[in-house]
Design a protein around this ligand. Structure first.
Ligand SMILES: [Zn+2]
Length: 289
């Protein structure tokens, strides 16, 4: 049962994590050698923008500070198309491998880069690879200190890579050391099956499951008055993008079923109403004030 949290049904959240083909975090895999190699990044972001414009919806683009430095024109183009630019940190480092001060500086640096580029305030943050977990959940206070409005870094599931399985599954104000923070937590959507939470509507799960199952999950959340959240990366709609030489399991997680994913996204976007997190939260704040 969620502790707090009015959930505003109506629009679902469409989000993209804007990073290059080599931004990944797998234990024991050194990806630094791939940095700077040419990729389909620009074309892939164009495709995402096209999907949004065809569906007539706005989205939240969680952008790395490093991407802002490398592709300033791309980030400006996203903002000029009316989408929300939010922070995905600076260089895609796992939050739980940073100290509190390093984490705070990383978010601050990225938000400043993105704010300068777009001339717009940055409201939200998503940690790379869902790296806000139980042991660094107090890092959320850094986001409050930096004046952000929301965090979208918590995946209420248990996996070998991430997750807080018993975290609230609805939008709420997180409670740290007995104090309710001013920021909102917008957790990743999950489906409850046999007493456990499962992801179904983003990244690997979005590629793994057929469209009918994803739609069923979104419909079920909406019936409960909840917003569903969808997330994808630019590389996930482009089967021709460069691929990292990953071990078998990691490669499966990273690349399974990329072909056909763009059509699946278009199908889901046609079937439900979507918007950015900032836009939906401002509607929510107006409703509850
Ligand atoms: Zn990422």
């Amino acid at each position: 049962m969620d502790k707090s949290g009015p959930n505003a049904a109506g629009h679902n959240f469409l989000t993209f994590d804007i990073e290059d083909w080599y931004h990944a975090n797998y234990e024991g895999v050194d990806l630094s050698a791939y940095r700077g190699r040419e990729s389909n990044f620009r074309a892939d972001v164009d495709l995402l923008l096209q999907c949004c414009s065809e569906a007539g919806c706005k989205a939240t683009f969680f952008v790395l500070g490093q991407i802002g430095e490398t592709y300033p024109d791309v980030v400006r183009a996203i903002a000029e198309a009316g989408h929300e630019i939010a922070s995905h940190g600076y260089g895609h480092q796992l939050a739980y491998k940073q100290t509190y001060a390093e984490f705070r500086d990383d978010v601050k640096k990225s938000a400043e880069i993105l704010q300068t580029l777009t001339g717009k305030r940055i409201f939200g943050y998503r940690a790379p690879s869902w790296s806000i977990i139980e042991r660094n959940r107090h890092y959320l206070t850094a986001l409050e200190e930096l004046g952000l409005l929301y965090d979208a870094s918590i995946f209420p599931v248990k996996t070998f890579l991430y997750g807080i399985p018993d975290a609230p599954t609805g939008i709420h104000h997180p409670c740290i050391d007995g104090r309710e923070l001013a920021i909102y937590e917008v957790p990743m959507s999950v489906m409850r099956v046999c007493g456990s939470n499962f992801g179904f509507s983003g990244g690997f799960y979005f590629r793994l499951f057929p469209a009918w199952l994803i739609k069923r999950g979104i419909r079920s959340l909406n019936r409960q008055g909840r917003n569903a959240l969808v997330y994808l990366h630019p590389r996930e709609i482009d089967p021709t993008e460069r691929r990292l030489p990953l071990p078998r399991l990691e490669s499966f997680i990273q690349y399974y079923n990329v072909a056909g994913n763009r059509a699946k996204l278009a199908d889901i976007l046609r079937s439900f109403r979507f918007t950015s997190i900032a836009e939906q939260l401002s509607a929510l704040r107006q409703e509850t004030s």
